[in-house]
Design a protein around this ligand. Structure first.
Ligand SMILES: CC(=O)SCCNC(=O)CCNC(=O)[C@H](O)C(C)(C)COP(=O)(O)OP(=O)(O)OC[C@H]1O[C@@H](n2cnc3c(N)ncnc32)[C@H](O)[C@@H]1OP(=O)(O)O
Length: 219
């Protein structure tokens, strides 16, 4: 049965999540919640109903939620707020029918996997992960929570990426490297050696460039 869900966020990233949900065809979008947009605005035919507080009174009418915010740290803050307002509300994942999910792959709740993305054999994408179009995570990778893979970023097998890290557009991670937590791997970089947590790294080969605070903007 089609479930009623709420999408949190009404910006550019939300448009891609809405498109993915529509193609997936499993959920009915009851509306959008975004404190930064006037209530009553309409995006792709879906109304902005208010901010997170809207949920407090109506949690019973809603069967699922997804946070459609591209920034990993902001997405986690909104997910935490939803958890405290509606602890029993499950997060759903948006998976495009043109994505390829290999045998044994596991997808954490609240994730978004867009068209042309590939999650490889026995690979694990943690909760609230994002794989943009053409992103590819190969076999046996372990990807933490709130990690984003920008368009055409790719990894070899057995790669580990810690929570909250962002792999930027077109980056390449060779097999078996580890990227720590709260890292940003810059656009077009080639990671051939592991990157410690809380680091911005870029270039070919990618080198640590500076340390990074939790939640520092990168988009
Ligand atoms: C659907 C979507 O839109 S998904 C999102 C897609 N976008 C992305 O993935 C991009 C994410 N951002 C990046 O990758 C950025 O390059 C970052 C965050 C890693 C670095 O950004 P900043 O720290 O702001 O670096 P800034 O732009 O100030 O550049 C500082 C220096 O580093 C260089 N530099 C920055 N990024 C890179 C890079 N990826 N590769 C090589 N050199 C770089 C700059 O040329 C500059 O060099 P200069 O001082 O000699 O002029």
């Amino acid at each position: 049965m089609v479930k009623n869900i709420i999408v949190f966020g009404a910006g550019g990233h939300a448009k891609t999540v809405i498109d993915t949900l529509e193609k997936q065809g499993l959920y009915r979008i009851a509306g959008l919640l975004d404190g930064g947009k006037p209530a009553g605005s309409v995006i792709y035919g879906y109304e902005v109903l208010g901010n997170e507080e809207w949920l407090a009174d109506r949690a019973g009418e809603i069967e699922g939620a997804i946070v459609a915010i591209g920034d990993n740290w902001r997405r986690s803050q909104v997910a935490d707020a939803i958890r405290s307002l509606a602890p029993d509300l499950p997060f759903v994942s948006a998976i495009h029918p043109a994505a390829h999910i290999a045998r044994g792959a596991r997808i954490g709740a609240g994730s978004v996997i867009m068209a042309g993305a590939v999650l490889g054999s026995d690979a694990e994408l943690g909760e609230h992960g994002i794989m943009y179009p053409g992103a590819s995570i190969d076999h046996d990778c372990r990807i933490g929570r709130f990690v984003s893979w920008a368009p055409r970023s790719v990894s070899g097998g057995n790669v580990t990426v810690g929570d909250f890290s962002a792999i930027a557009i077109g980056a390449v991670l060779i097999h078996s490297v580890t990227v720590g937590e709260h890292c940003v791997v810059g656009a077009g970089s080639t990671v051939i050696r592991s990157i410690p947590s809380n680091t911005v790294a870029f270039g070919t080969p990618a080198k640590p460039v500076r340390e990074r605070e939790h939640g520092e903007r990168y988009l």
